[in-house]
Ligand binder design. Structure first.
Ligand SMILES: NC(=O)c1ccc[n+]([C@@H]2O[C@H](COP(=O)([O-])OP(=O)(O)OC[C@H]3O[C@@H](n4cnc5c(N)ncnc54)[C@H](OP(=O)(O)O)[C@@H]3O)[C@@H](O)[C@H]2O)c1
Length: 255
């Protein structure tokens, strides 16, 4: 029997590619995001591969909508074995014109949105003594970056949140994988006007994630060279070097 996976933020980018790859890997797939037309066409593409697929529109920032989506998908497809908490936004942070609305919105989707989905699926995973939670964090969680301080903070918080819950989940038969991508081509990165080293295509990212899920890895980081760069260098760079880099990027973007 095929297991059921649910992917949040499945209407574009990494979530879309991952949903397709999970279907190819033998899962029936539940999809959520706000843009329902995108979800419906993805569900049709998944069904064409022979897997079952259902979609429910939900704003990840809304606890009630997220719970409703998880409940409905489980009713239509069966108990959720794999949750991929992927929905995310990056609004940018202007340190000189701080805006709490933007920071709250980022936390609401990137951290609380993931937690609302987790909160909705853990009871059934506990009951079955089996499940797998995948959280889409980022290499940006290793270091606060100028212009993206709020986003980095949400991803650092998400990584710590999952790390802290993982041991108790393991005792209940529930696995967890924290994903730390570098730059992956998507609607989110299409907006960036700066150079993105080692930019990866979504399909390649999805295939690496599915392999990590199959191997029940605790952490999945890619591209390897970007991961090394961030963990060994960027993390320890002095502030003045980061500021110089940001100024150069801004100048390049204006040209
Ligand atoms: N691309 C990268 O380089 C990169 C690197 C590290 C981590 N990530 C993370 O990967 C995840 C996917 O991002 P992506 O790069 O694939 O960008 P993307 O193409 O912009 O996808 C973002 C997804 O999140 C959904 N989403 C955003 N706000 C939502 C909300 N309020 N409610 C429900 N769904 C919402 C979007 O769907 P709707 O707009 O239809 O709601 C969309 O499906 C994010 O968590 C991002 O932080 C990306």
């Amino acid at each position: 029997m095929r297991r059921v996976a649910v992917v949040t933020g499945a209407s574009s980018g990494i979530g879309r590619a991952l949903a397709l790859e999970l279907a190819r890997d033998g899962y029936d797939v539940g999809l959520t995001a706000r843009r329902v037309d995108r979800l419906e066409s993805l569900a049709a593409a998944i069904r064409a591969t022979g897997a079952r697929a259902e979609c429910v529109a939900a704003d990840a920032a809304r606890r009630d909508e997220t719970h409703h989506a998880m409940r409905t998908l489980a009713e239509r497809l069966g108990p959720i074995y794999l949750l991929v908490a992927n929905a995310g936004i990056a609004l940018g942070t202007d340190a000189l014109e701080p805006d709490a609305d933007a920071l709250e919105a980022e936390f609401r989707v990137n951290l609380f949105g993931a937690f609302y989905a987790i909160e909705a699926v853990i009871p059934s995973m506990r009951e079955h003594g089996a499940g797998h939670v995948v959280a889409m964090s980022s290499l940006a969680g290793y270091r606060g970056l100028p212009g993206a301080a709020g986003y980095c903070a949400t991803k650092a918080a998400l990584t710590r949140l999952i790390e802290g819950m993982r041991p108790d989940w393991a005792l209940a038969g529930i696995r967890a994988t924290i994903v730390h991508p570098g730059y992956v081509r998507s609607e989110m990165t299409d907006r960036n006007r700066f150079r993105m080293p080692f930019l990866m295509e979504t399909e390649q990212a999805a295939s690496l994630m599915v392999r990590a899920i199959r191997r029940r890895k605790k952490v999945c980081e890619f591209p390897r060279r970007m991961s090394l760069l961030v963990r060994c260098l960027v993390r320890y760079l002095p502030d003045r070097l980061l500021v110089t880099r940001v100024r150069a990027d801004k100048q390049r973007a204006r040209l």
